[in-house]
Write a protein that binds this ligand. Structure first.
Ligand SMILES: C[S@@+](CC[C@H](N)C(=O)[O-])C[C@H]1O[C@@H](n2cnc3c(N)ncnc32)[C@H](O)[C@@H]1O
Length: 395
């Protein structure tokens, strides 16, 4: 028998089997378990529980019926405040370990603990619909996903009618519970009457089959057209906190670069208090969305550039005073950081969804910048992911 003594950054329980660190899914500190090692690596094992001999005092019943099988969520079996503590410790520990930054970080909670996601991506294998279990390609069939919005959950039962045998279906909903459906498959699919749902459009691969290939969503009273292949913040309510943090702290009347701008959200948010806002984004539809989004928000001081951030950043022919950067999980490339340092903005807002890549990048940026604030946000409740905004001021 083994006792779980701590959790790793992905919310997996840690114990030692013959002195080798072993990560055990769906366990909590204080659980005493019998386990089965499912994968042996040189430096660690992955294991699953075969029997709980003693339960952690923190344990509660997970709300999701698939929690112990599906790989999507962690820590659904403790109360929400404990998950916030986990994220606070995770962010602080990673900043300390990888960037030698010691800060007391607050995590802003999500107004919605469940039903917060406005987008999910379900796998379809041999006509079965679900998510892969943790670290594998084994499909766990699901009929609901309680971190996804209620509008998305309502629709899940209709998916079999599309007759997709193998592929993926991405369901998105907006503030008005309209749905945008993107199906990725080589199968011929069936389009059926959808009168009971507010389906705005159905796209198969990159072909529009029905309606529109985009819808309008809202964050913080601003309208955003979002195409099926454009990124959009998955937790609207927490995204609005990011808007407020940036709007409150940004130096006013300056030229701003919104690097990795998506549909223009973070840049448009500060247009009213900025000179010119430049955006750089690699997805064509997202750039087209951001041009539309400027118009529909009555904003006239934006300029968007399509292309790879690493290349396009060097083509801006203006002084940039503030950079807002919100990269994917991988963080910034070394050459992007070099370009940022060369541009020499007074202020940088680094919006990150991965504390490890954030810490790596801060190591380089902090030669020229001081950190004035780091704020954690629970954008993804009941997952191990941790969003943060780091405000850097030039020395
Ligand atoms: C985390 S999202 C942030 C988007 C936007 N700032 C927002 O808040 O909605 C990252 C964005 O970077 C874009 N992207 C990914 N790789 C890129 C690259 N090499 N150059 C420019 N944009 C890129 C993605 O398409 C996505 O829109």
């Amino acid at each position: 028998m083994y006792e779980i003594t701590s959790l790793n950054d992905q919310g997996l329980g840690i114990c030692y089997v013959n002195d080798k660190i072993t990560f055990v899914s769906n366990t909590l500190i204080g659980d005493v378990v019998k386990l089965k090692i499912v994968k042996e690596h040189t430096k660690y094992n992955e294991a699953i529980v075969t029997r709980f001999l003693k339960n952690s005092p923190s344990k509660i019943k997970a709300k999701c019926p698939y929690f112990d099988k599906c790989g999507g969520c962690v820590l659904q079996n403790v109360n929400y405040n404990e998950t916030l503590n986990f994220k606070k410790n995770k962010l602080q520990n990673i900043l300390h370990k990888f960037a030698k930054i010691d800060v007391d970080v607050d995590i802003i909670s999500s107004p919605k603990e469940f039903f917060y996601r406005n987008k999910i991506s379900l796998k379809i294998k041999d006509s079965k619909i679900g998510y892969y279990s943790y670290g594998s390609n084994t499909l766990v069939e699901i009929k609901e996903c309680i971190i996804a919005s209620k509008a998305i959950n309502e629709f899940i039962k209709e998916i079999p009618k599309f007759n997709i045998r193998n592929g993926e279906i991405v369901l998105r909903n907006n503030y008005n519970d309209e749905l945008l459906i993107h199906i990725i498959t080589n199968d011929d699919i069936n389009i059926f009457p959808l009168d009971n749902y507010k389906v705005v459009g159905i796209i198969k691969n990159n072909e529009l089959l029905k309606g529109e290939d985009h819808f309008i969503d809202i964050i913080d009273n601003k309208l955003f057209q979002v195409s099926y292949d454009s990124f959009f913040q998955v937790n609207r309510e927490v995204a609005s906190y990011i808007f407020k943090i940036i709007h409150k702290n940004i130096i006013k009347n300056k030229n701003v670069l919104d690097l990795y701008s998506g549909v223009g959200t973070l840049g448009i948010n500060v247009c009213d208090i900025s000179k010119t806002v430049y955006g750089i984004e690699i997805i064509k539809n997202a750039v087209l969305n951001s041009i539309t989004n400027s118009k529909i928000n009555n904003v006239f001081n934006t300029k968007y550039m399509l292309g790879d951030a690493a290349k396009v950043i060097n083509k801006i022919n203006d002084n940039i005073d503030v950079i807002i950067v919100d990269p994917p999980r991988n963080g910034l490339l070394r050459k992007e950081i070099d370009s940022i340092i060369k541009i020499n903005p007074q202020q940088i807002f680094y919006v990150s969804c991965d504390p490890i890549t954030l810490s790596r990048d801060l190591n380089l940026l902090c030669n020229n910048y001081n950190i004035s604030k780091i704020i954690g946000l629970d954008m993804f409740p009941y997952t191990y992911h941790c969003e943060s905004v780091c405000i850097l001021e030039r020395r």
